[in-house]
Write a protein that binds this ligand. Sequence first.
Ligand code: FEO
Length: 412
Amino acid sequence: MGAVEIKPGIFWVGAVDWAVRDFHGYITPHGTSYNNYLILDKHVTLVDTVKHDFQEYTIDNIKGIVDPAKIENVVINHIENDHMTSIDRIMELAPQATIYISDRGKKGLDRFYDTSTWNIKIVKTGQTLNTGSKTITFLETPMLHWPDSMMSYVQEDKLLMSQDAFGQHLASSARFDDEFCDQYSVTALEHAVRDYYANILMPFGTLVKNKIAEIKKLGLQIDMIAPDHGVIWRRDPGKILQMYLDMANDKADLRVVIVYDTMWHSTEHMTIPIMEGVKAAGVDVDVIKLRSTPMSVAIKRVWESRAMLVGTPTLNNIMFPSVAEFLTHLRGLRPKNRLAAAFGSYGWGGGAVKEAYEAFKKIGLEVVEPGIEVLYRPSADDDKKCFEFGKQFAARTIEFHAKFNGDLPRKC
Ligand code: FEO
């Protein structure tokens, strides 16, 4: 795709990755884009680069506007590989350019490249770069997404270049939110935002809230938000800010998601009466079999739901491996204000349900104890117990949900 002017003199010069389906373990069924931006001004400035494999795409896009040798400034908002691994190629083409980067970014950059011959200026929040007719103000955003991260705000255009924050993993010919919604739907965009937040930014909700508050306190007027992935928010950037605030405030749907795996279908069988019990109590319910579902899909569904029931058979006295993997993954993402309980079948000693509760407590989930276990194969009596278990868990979910801030937003 060629360059696209997003504001007078500011161009998207990135690349669309239509084919990527595994983004460091995160399933990306809709691909992604690596967005970077060129400011054509007295002092030509490039904000971010792209993933190494796509470096010639961005260079071609730049060449369509200006000779890359004329780039005087390169801003590196984030050093993760998908945004920074073309920097060596850019510096070959524009060796005189000065790199603007955070202190932690510089430390990371030095681990990837020999930077001894590069001009590098470390910047902090509030420092500015004048490109001629435009002023870029830097805003450090550590842990959104990495310790080095920062954003760049162009005052004259009220444009926030936000790197990972407010992004989505979407490959499309649309560069803007309104174009995407016209081609596909608001719902598709909303789900891409949630998917990205759940799998990437879930652990950093408090930081998200604080950073949005800081942006408001600084009095930054925002007319457009240009992230490093997916579409640019121009129709109503306030909406994506509000979506992020809602997600960071631990809103969730009043819903129970049953996440399970099974050896010989006994634990799987238990999901049916449990699901019926949840539904009978008036709570929506989903069922996810882990071996049939990509991890990032399960994570998103769990994060969207106020409560989770985990089903695991006992294998060699411990949890089934796919369930253990799922709970380990969830522990890293640190979901807050979610309710959990466990169930499963066993053959002789049991142990998986107990271990699931230990994992819940390490994650920081609220738990409903005890769980329910079935020997070998659920009987008709066990089915009744499972139904009651689901019904009572749903009742606790309704009470628990009432303590928080309601449902997730439905519109982007
Ligand atoms: Fe898109 Fe944290 O990289």
